[in-house]
Design a protein. Sequence first.
Length: 197
Amino acid sequence: MSRLFETLRIEADGSIPLLPWHLARMERSCRALFGQAPPNLNEILLQPPEDLRGMPVRCRVDYDKQIRSVQHQGYEARSIQRLALVEADDMEYPHKFAERGRLDGLRVRASADEVIILKRGFLTDASTANIVLRIEDKLLTPDTPLLPGTRRALLLEQGIIHEAALRVEDILRCQEVYLINALRPLGNPVSPLSLWQ
């Protein structure tokens, strides 16, 4: 069985705002896959080395029944210039597995910076993020995500975004598209619709 991983954003002040949601996902995955509690993710492990303090940091934790590795690097948002829609009716990604060959392959085959995955006609996720569409005055996220993300969970809990059954036609009528994940907060749209393939 593939290892799992979590990617956490550590803020410049050392705080980890989404930590409770990461721990909850680890708990669900370990109970489902291994029938046991997750390994202890001590906050000491998460603190970046001295040379990365004072800036946003990407912290990747690989684990299964125990923590296998913790890696830190300075974080800068990846530029998304081209989005593509791809169909993958049999795509499954119920846990945050480290083996992502099929997901990453969708992006490579589409020759795009990021893809939004359609499953049986419904929007799911991008390959590395959950999606949010601004339609009129509402921020909507698909109710059929491949992997419900930590930031998505927080924004739903706060009532900022709302779940909806979203199809291709919703992309065509939306005003903005956002990609959100633990590292990428809800902010500027990733791409004007004119850049869609």
